[in-house]
Ligand binder design. Structure first.
Ligand SMILES: [Zn+2]
Length: 381
């Protein structure tokens, strides 16, 4: 039966998200999780006074039985009274999600794991394994530099068996502006030596050695090819310690092209401020997908223009939904709310300008909300 409203409330596959913090949070910890920076805001100011803070107070406050636009202090106080578990359940079950695809590679000891996320959300949840996190775990076991390349490849293969995808944060560690060919054995050995001798004695394992990152990229690519897994690639906004200009995904064209030849699907995550470049890459390469996760939350009332750019030329069959929520269940809730709001806003305008109709808009929503993710991830029925 034809309707005159776009069906925007359909279930979503959140193809890139992280666990929530299971414990109660005080004001400082809550505000730290509202920030992309490692630094606190200037003394006397609050993270609630920015676009994300405004929409937390506007849309999440009523979910905790508060008036819209309550203060940040009132919000965090009410959150403590209800308790983290109740808040996490309330907001997660209100998201209207079909499936969660959870990245377990970032601060995994302080956030909910995949089974706990499935329990809180009441929805099937699946794991994506972060390549660089596995490398660091293997380095921490005390293997020698000589043993590392093989031990890492074995462990990643083991972890990939139960994952629905792999993920790389190459952009954050060494930028996209690198040699994108497979490293030689000699390069891997020398890179591992440099990494181990510079870090292990100081008790640090943070992987920032370019030839070891390249080794991870190609070991991961082989697994993705053999197991038919997509490879998620962090792009642009999403981590504070980056050189943003070199995180433009068009620097990574050679690797994306190589993955196309291997029939490995690559999903470009977040992308801001490179959503136009990401959409262009998705137009060019058969294997490239993209989303505008996380930034729709951080842009608050201004998010529609970013979705507008993401829709400029990107095939409807290539965009995906993600919240990229980390730590705060509010980011899950707002992610889907913002996505539905701004996608509907753009499509309503197309309909008003007679460039689209409701039936076509419904098809576009369904593709981005679930169909594209379901096509490239093996999520079961
Ligand atoms: Zn993320």
């Amino acid at each position: 039966m034809p309707t005159d409203e776009i069906a925007i409330d359909i279930p979503l596959i959140d193809h890139h998200c992280h666990g929530v913090v299971p414990q109660d949070l005080d004001q400082t910890k809550f505000e730290a999780l509202m920030s992309e920076s490692y630094r606190p805001p200037p003394p006397g100011t609050s993270q609630f006074d920015k676009p994300l803070g405004l929409i937390v107070r506007r849309f999440c406050a009523p979910m905790l039985d508060l008036e819209p636009f309550c203060t940040g202090e009132e919000y965090v106080e009410r959150r403590k009274v209800l308790g983290a578990e109740e808040v996490n359940r309330r907001l997660l079950t209100a998201c209207g999600l079909s499936d969660l695809v959870v990245d377990t590679g970032h601060r995994s000891d302080s956030i909910a794991d995949v089974p706990m996320m499935a329990d809180l959300a009441g929805r099937p949840s699946h794991e994506v394994v972060r390549i660089e996190a596995v490398a660091e775990q293997v380095a921490r076991t005390g293997v020698s530099a000589a043993e590392f390349p093989r031990a890492f490849a074995d462990e990643l293969a083991e972890r990939a068996k139960t994952a629905v995808g792999l993920k790389t944060i190459v952009a954050y560690r060494v930028t996209f502006d690198i040699d994108q060919t497979p490293p030689t054995k000699d390069e891997i050995a020398k890179g591992t030596d440099r990494w181990f001798s510079a870090n292990m004695s100081a008790g640090k394992v943070r992987l920032g050695e370019v030839d070891v990152v390249r080794h991870g990229l190609w070991v991961g690519a082989e697994l993705c090819r053999d197991l038919k897994l997509p490879l998620q690639i962090h792009v642009g906004f999403g981590d504070p310690d980056i050189y943003m200009h070199a995180c433009d995904p068009t620097h990574f064209t050679d690797y994306l092209r190589a993955m196309e030849a291997w029939e490995v699907n690559c999903t470009l995550l977040h992308n801001y401020p490179f959503q136009r470049e990401a959409a262009w890459l998705a137009e060019i390469f058969q294997n490239v997908y993209y989303d505008v996760g996380v930034i729709l939350n951080f842009a608050g009332p201004q998010a529609a223009s970013i979705m507008g750019e993401a829709l400029e030329m990107g095939p409807f069959t290539k965009q995906l939904y993600s919240s990229d929520a980390f730590g705060l269940t509010e980011l899950y809730y707002l992610g889907q709310l913002q996505f539905r709001r701004v996608l509907k806003q753009q499509l309503d305008r197309w309909i008003a300008e007679d460039m689209c109709n409701v039936a076509e808009a419904d098809r576009i929503v369904a593709m981005i909300a679930t169909q594209n993710s379901r096509r490239i991830y093996s999520l079961g029925d």
